[in-house]
Design a protein around this ligand. Structure first.
Ligand SMILES: Nc1nc2c(ncn2[C@@H]2O[C@H](COP(=O)(O)OP(=O)(O)OP(=O)(O)O)[C@@H](O)[C@H]2O)c(=O)[nH]1
Ligand SMILES: [Mg+2]
Length: 165
């Protein structure tokens, strides 16, 4: 399978804005109403993770991807993911923190909230608005295993990348 990523995260946390930035689209994001497949990305509505009724859609869609982005908004003090949610999805996990440019962003809090959903793995800190950190995501999705991802993160020694154990 060609590598492909599903982005999941709460309502209005910046999933579609991130997708647009990753695909180099200048358009601004509207509310996502259903699954959106575009190139190597599957964007999901925030409701899919906020409402357990939709979990099966997430599970079914995960079969079509190689990687999953668990997205945490840096301005939010809560995690929308049920604890250990990623355990049920055997795909390569990438944590992404959005809106790090925001005056109310708390990046460290966001990183520890991500620990609730994925116990270990790479975390990318991004601002789609200021186009910071976003450039690391495509190279991570191109990698096929966790060891290579870890090596990439450690070698890049970027403030936007972290590997949590
Ligand atoms: N400051 C700042 N705002 C952002 C950033 N990314 C997204 N936003 C804002 O966050 C809001 C929600 O963005 P969306 O990309 O539509 O969020 P979403 O997660 O796709 O939302 P749903 O489709 O409803 O689940 C918009 O007002 C964006 O402008 C960012 O990096 N920085
Ligand atoms: Mg959206």
């Amino acid at each position: 399978m060609k590598n492909r990523v599903m982005i999941i995260g709460g309502v209005q946390t910046g999933k579609s804005t991130l997708m647009n930035a990753l695909l180099g689209k200048e358009r601004s994001a509207n509310k996502t109403q259903a699954l959106v497949y575009e190139d190597w990305i599957v964007d999901t509505p925030g409701e899919y993770i906020e409402n357990p009724m939709y979990y099966r859609n997430i599970m079914a869609t995960s079969l079509e991807v190689t990687h999953v982005i668990y997205l945490q908004d840096a301005t939010s003090s809560r995690s929308v993911f049920p604890p250990q949610f990623s355990l049920g999805i055997p795909k390569i996990q990438i944590g992404v923190i959005t809106k790090i440019d925001h005056p109310e962003a708390d990046v460290e809090r966001a990183a520890s909230l991500l620990k609730n959903v994925m116990m270990r793995g790479p975390i990318v800190k991004t601002s789609a608005l200021e186009k910071r950190g976003v450039e690391f995501i495509a190279p991570l999705i191109a990698l096929d295993d966790v060891a290579a991802i870890k090596q990439f993160v450690l070698e890049s020694a970027s403030p936007y990348l972290e590997y949590r154990e």
